[in-house]
Design a protein around this ligand. Sequence first.
Ligand SMILES: [Zn+2]
Length: 553
Amino acid sequence: MKIPRRKALAALGSSALLPLVAGAQSPPKAQANANARPIRIAVMHFVHETVTFLPYDTTTDDFIYEGSPARGEALLASQPVSYIGGFVTVAREYGNVELVGIESPLGSKKGSGSGWIQKAAFDHFVNKMMDDLKQQGHFDGAYLCLHGAMGVRDVAKPEAEIARRVREVIGPKGFIVGTFDPHGNEDAEFLKYANLSFCIKYYPHYDGYLQGERAARTLIRCIRGQYKPVSATRKPPILTPSVLQWTGASPWMDIVQRCLTWEAREPDVYVNFFYGFGFMDAIDAGMCFQVVTNGNPELAEHIADDIAGTAWRLRDEFLHHTKVVHHAEGVRLAKTAMKEGKVVLADHSDRTGAATWLLQQIVDQQLSDTLIGTVADEEAINTLRKKGVKVGDAFDMEVGGRIDVSAGKPVRIRGTVVSVSGGITHGGGKAAGSQLWVGVKFGDNNVLIISPYLVQIIEPRHFYDLNLDPDKFKVFAIKSRVHFHRGFTDSGYCKSFILVEPEQPFVGTVRLEALNYQHTPVKRLYPYGANVTFQVKGPGKLSDYPGRDGTTE
Ligand SMILES: [Zn+2]
């Protein structure tokens, strides 16, 4: 029976490259031609982790600076050790794959230190991306480097909206893959328009490069007709603050391990574990699991039920394994801990960067040998710039606070300027290295670093960018929740860490119930609702299990 060519292609979902299809036609020549045509993949980037409770919006201008937007090779080279780097490396291992960097904004220069993205800013960049995508011709696939917790005024699910727009341009036969941050607030919507998603598993975010590599390999297999993505999504109604989500401790590490176990035992299975992001007011805020299999819907459903059910059983433990103390207590504990080795004093809750609660305690309790990085104060930085600040200058100014009630009062610091720099330069982008940062020595071997914006220092070697030697300090007072483990404790550099927050439930609090949610159905989420329920299937009968025997060697 002769099958019309168009129908045969549609039935197979995609590809003229599949030998079977070519074989059904007039084989050798058609196949040779098909293989000669390069696979064309568009690469796009639009990432923001939006803290929607901050009092000022994120604007178009926040994404425009030297190097951003980026396109072509500049975009492809923008993340050498993260998602895009992994994607590009693997895609270029294939001989006939062409990558096209579509004009895309890089990260906001304020990081996550600004609120709702204005609709006009979102439209501006997405429209530009789509225009460029259209102009670059036919694509077999598109790679979207996204976050998952982008908050845009009047756009309920921005990442899904980007996928929808890309689908419109590349058509139903193209394949779309996304990579995500585990703090994404996701559900099944993105996968309505996209075929695949890969989410970082570890927090700190260690495996962005790996997820980029997997995204490239699986996307190319899809385009070649070798992988037929089928997904299942589960959303156990659990909302947790990010400081509790460290995957170096149970039960977070147990869920990650369960995802890894499924991926290890079943070829072609990928499991995404979104922890969710409570500081973004979104209808889909909270935990989510996505499972992708190669044409096996039963297996996808089974794994999704298993992991979501496991998470639901552990719901109480998600909340109670991390200890957070008040700033005053934290400084007291640091005084003892610093005798045993270097200590991280992490103020996890500051979402403006300007908070001075910890600085005030360091001053009041006369903590010594402490490097404080950073307190954000754009006004002070502007004043210092005007003065032409230089190393050796005497310093007497009020620093930080003011921005809002969560930032506290400014603290007067008297000392000597010991560092004037362009800021930390790691990772490029975000206007890094081109700002003005000032380090002031005060008290007993303390240095306070003032930056224009919120900064999370996650690697002690980044202090070298500021001409400061971390080896000369015993305590690092930083604005970080979990990311700092990468450079400070998982590396072995510091012996201990202390997590601190103010008494009041400000924006970044662990007490999410204090936030004024307009969109997040917080009363339907554990632990904030009174009677939150979640129905999970299983454990069912053994005969329901869709898996296969593995090897026993
Ligand atoms: Zn994250």
